[in-house]
Design a protein around this ligand. Structure first.
Ligand code: UN1
Length: 489
């Protein structure tokens, strides 16, 4: 029997859990049972669905400390960030529960008399969620809660690297009263994700992960599977530093954006696009502080940067840095896998800074998903914006300047789904839409009110109470009939 085995990246000998990988039959059975449960759930009024989601949030809050420890052990996040991961799900539960009593549609006047028109949203049925390991509690919550609120059943396939966190999230939902057939979990690798994406009983699929996998989810779905396919893919997020920026703020922001979560957020800052007038100063400040960041066990309170997710990831990152150096970049800090005492076999990679990077170099184009910051010097703010936009991704960007006109003009011209001014590229808040342009996404957004759109279809409703046939576009000036349009007097 194929299994999924979760190991602690800090000490890979430590196995955190072993789960059977789902077969095609398992997926099929889960989809059928979910479909039955969904028919009942769809009849439950939205405010009552919302109450259960609120209870999920309460339970996640009650168990926040132990869940955060699990996040730290399973994916290597330091304590503060592991807590943030859980908090994001708690916040999402509260926000989504509130939407249970909010307006989901709009009312518009009719062009005909005695007729009203409105829109509402209807569930799609069974939704497939394929989630990544890097926000193992938060990202399932972004997708599962809105899908349930909209009246759907959910089949979740978490990354094979974070099955324990998904199981803990499921437990909170179960304990809150979410019926077991309505929200189900299957484990496995990409082949199980493909089974979900191609299943004719799945009506929407929501995926967060890499560009190649996202493309294959979309292609597979197009054959027999879901009609609604939401993709949240990679990033090559840039921080722009202009000469008038507050360099203390820049230094704090670059450190958190590039090396927080060991650079493994899809929003992580991987390009520092800095005006040449301040480039040396910025690099020396950021490298000086980054060199002091402590690499280590994420559960040790003194640790600033935990491991990357696997040994294979560390090898891949090292290879990308070496290739960048071969392309002409200069290694200003880090660049080689590291070992940490007491963490045998831990997949550690230190904060790494590459300077002298060209905007079109491979390291400036490819997502690294590790603690590697590439510094690209530019001669003007116009050039900086061009460089921001010169990748295939469009997730997050940040601009540091004290000048309001420069900041707002950059906001207008940067082609990403999320733009920050004087704050790093990471740290999106859950009540606002999250997602990107170009190859980062396909137009849907997670989170915020728009988070419901990927899990529901719009229904437009017309009610005619005139008691006769009224033809749109033909009988549409009834009230004016018989009125004298000539000037009086
Ligand atoms: C991700 O890396 O996939 O905005 C999500 C942020 C977090 C979410 C990141 N709230 O950095």
């Amino acid at each position: 029997m194929a299994v999924v085995e979760s190991r602690n990246p800090t000490r890979p000998a430590e196995v955190l859990g072993v789960f059977p990988a789902a077969t095609a039959d398992d997926v099929d059975r889960a989809v059928r049972a979910a479909g039955e449960a969904q028919r009942v759930w769809a009849l439950v009024p939205a405010p009552a669905r919302a109450e259960m989601i609120e209870e999920c949030g309460r339970l996640l809050g009650e168990h926040k400390a132990e869940l955060a420890t699990l996040v730290a052990r399973e994916v290597g996040k330091i304590a503060a960030e592991a807590g943030g991961d859980v908090q994001e799900a708690i916040d999402m539960a509260g926000f989504v529960a509130g939407l249970g009593r909010a307006a989901w549609g709009e009312v518009a006047p009719s062009e005909l008399g005695n007729k009203v028109c409105w829109t509402t949203r209807q569930p799609v049925g069974v939704v497939g969620v394929i989630s990544p390991w890097n926000f193992p509690i938060a990202i399932p919550s972004w997708k599962v809660f809105p899908a349930l609120l909209a009246g759907n059943a959910v089949l979740l396939k978490p990354s094979e690297l974070a099955p324990c966190c998904a199981a803990a999230f499921l437990t909170a939902c179960r304990d809150a009263g979410i019926p077991s057939d309505l929200f189900q979990l299957v484990h496995g690798r990409g082949d199980v994700g493909a089974l979900i994406a191609q299943h004719p009983g799945i009506r929407a699929v929501s995926f967060t992960g890499s560009v190649p996998t996202g493309r294959s989810v979309a292609a597979t779905s197009a054959e027999t599977g879901p009609r609604l396919v939401s993709l949240e893919l990679g990033g090559k997020n840039a921080m722009v530093v202009l000469p008038d920026a507050d360099l203390d703020l820049v230094t704090d922001g670059a450190l958190f954006g590039a090396f927080g979560t060991a650079g493994q957020r899809c929003t992580s800052t991987s390009r520092l696009i800095v005006h040449q007038e301040v480039a040396d100063e910025v690099v020396s400040r950021v490298a000086g502080r980054a060199a002091k960041l402590a690499l280590g066990d994420p559960l040790d309170p003194g640790t600033d940067v935990g491991p990357v997710i696997t040994a294979a990831a560390a090898v891949r990152i090292e290879g990308m840095v070496a290739a960048a150096v071969a392309d002409g970049a200069v290694l200003a800090l880090g660049g080689h896998r590291a070992t940490v005492e007491g963490c045998d076999g831990g997949s550690f990679f230190p904060p790494t800074i590459l300077t002298n990077v060209g905007a079109r170099d491979r390291i400036a184009q490819q997502e690294v998903f590790g603690p590697v910051l590439s510094v690209i010097p530019v001669a003007s703010s116009d050039e900086a914006i061009d460089v921001v936009n010169a990748t295939e991704f469009g997730l997050s960007a940040a601009v540091y300047t004290r000048d309001i006109a420069t900041a707002l003009s950059a906001v207008d011209r940067i082609d990403t789904g999320i733009v920050y001014v004087n704050a790093p590229t990471i740290g999106a808040e859950i009540h606002l839409p999250f997602g990107g342009t170009r190859h980062t996404g396909n137009g849907f957004r997670d989170a915020g009110r728009r988070g419901l759109e990927q899990f529901s279809e719009v229904k437009t409703v017309y009610i005619d109470y005139s008691g006769r046939l009224q033809r749109a576009q033909i009988d549409n000036r009834p009230a004016l009939d018989g009125l004298d349009s000539r000037e009086s007097g």
